[in-house]
Design a protein around this ligand. Structure first.
Ligand SMILES: NC(=O)c1ccc[n+]([C@@H]2O[C@H](COP(=O)([O-])OP(=O)(O)OC[C@H]3O[C@@H](n4cnc5c(N)ncnc54)[C@H](O)[C@@H]3O)[C@@H](O)[C@H]2O)c1
Length: 358
């Protein structure tokens, strides 16, 4: 580590992952610069507004410096990276919704793909030795996981072939499947991050996330499955299930466990790596199972309606095969269990619901 406080640049610093990263690294002695243009409010309206998070981060961490920069602003990105020359870049700014992208194709691509290129090029020019961690997504695999043989159990789908028992590995093809425009813009960025690693020998890494969550998630219907589901229960709202009998499976990981892995990569970086990062099989649940878990915690029945049509390209069963990650970073582990994640998110929504002015 450098003698001065190591400098972290995190994009999307007011989002779920970004804000978790700010706290995690600030508490470990990093000087943290955050970039966030509050585009979440542009994508999702007032419910997605993250300006409160910015105020909280400024108040909580004296080392935090906020830049209301739009990563589509090439000159602005170059100037900031030139000035900071960060020791670590964590890129978590994005248009994050699979479903939203089709309505805003240019904005989605400009933020997710072009914005990533701006950051990579700035890193290559001003800090090529610094690890560059990109928050990618399992949607880069498109609907390829749906082509695996599945079996239907009473409350969930699961992989039928024992060869798939550990979940989806990084060897899954990202080619010739339906991704959604979001999956395509994220896959474009994922390839660019890999390319800057391979071509320029930069220590880049793509983390292909499953469902990343935590109490700070501003879940909305189109993004943030578990957070939104629990919010619906706490507020007595109706939750819409889209297809697959509500048995579709997701693996869930707490933002803090994501940040912990990023620190491991910073300590022992590799070139052009790709990892699937989720809660794995143990932290996987279906929508129906999530209903039961939150009902147990709150004592409130879940209100829901069923929509026959599944979301386009939605995974029927997905959990991350964590074996490669564990082999490369054996000291890292998923510390927050599924139950713990449910408890934290439920408590956060209950506190918000009880807050004056709600
Ligand atoms: N949350 C998940 O379940 C999940 C799953 C897989 C991958 N990911 C990926 O992880 C990353 C972070 O996701 P998240 O859940 O924290 O999303 P988020 O929406 O909570 O955070 C993203 C942040 O980026 C900011 N942002 C968007 N466009 C910007 C721009 N042009 N310039 C500057 N800031 C901008 C937003 O205002 C927001 O605060 C994304 O790349 C997402 O695709 C998330």
């Amino acid at each position: 580590m450098p003698a001065r406080a190591p400098q972290l640049l995190v994009t999307g610093s007011c989002g779920l992952i970004g804000s978790g990263v700010v706290t995690y690294f600030a508490e470990r002695g990093f000087a943290v610069a955050g970039v966030d243009s509050n585009h979440r409010a542009v994508f999702f309206g007032p419910e997605g507004d993250t300006s409160g998070v910015e105020a909280r981060l400024r108040a909580q961490h004296s080392s935090y410096r906020h830049h209301a920069l739009d990563i589509r602003d090439r000159e602005g990105v170059l100037a900031l990276v030139r000035e900071l020359r960060p020791d670590l870049i964590i890129h978590a700014a994005a248009q994050p919704s699979h479903d939203r992208a089709a309505a805003i194709p240019f904005l989605d691509f400009e933020v997710n793909a072009l914005g990533t290129l701006h950051l990579l090029e700035a890193a290559r020019q001003f800090c090529p030795e610094s690890p560059f961690i990109y928050m990618s997504t399992n949607k880069v695999y498109g609907d390829r996981p749906n082509t695996l043989p599945l079996r239907e159990l009473p409350t969930r789908w699961d992989f039928a072939d024992p060869a798939d028992a550990h979940g989806i590995a990084e060897t899954c093809s990202i080619d010739q499947t339906k991704h959604s425009l979001f999956g395509a813009s994220k896959a474009s960025a994922d390839l660019l991050v890999q390319e800057y690693g391979r071509y320029f020998q930069m220590p880049t890494c793509c983390l292909r996330g499953g469902c990343l969550t935590g109490p700070d998630h501003a879940g909305v219907e189109l993004h943030g499955f578990l957070s939104y589901l629990i919010k619906c229960n706490v507020e007595g709202r109706e939750y819409r299930i889209y297809g697959y009998q509500g048995k579709q499976v997701r693996d869930n990981i707490h933002a803090e466990d994501v940040a912990a892995l990023m620190l491991e990569f910073y300590r022992a970086p590799r070139v052009a790596e790709v990892y699937n990062l989720g809660g794995g099989k143990e932290n996987a649940c279906s929508i129906l199972e999530a209903f039961a878990m939150v009902e147990t915690l709150t004592g409130r029945p879940m209100r829901s309606t069923y929509v026959e049509e599944a979301r386009i390209g939605d995974h029927i069963c997905y959990y991350s095969d964590l074996r490669k990650l564990r082999a490369h970073y054996p000291q890292w582990e998923v510390r927050k269990s599924l139950v713990r994640i449910f408890e934290e998110i439920t408590a956060a929504w209950q506190a918000r619901a009880a807050a004056p002015g709600h």
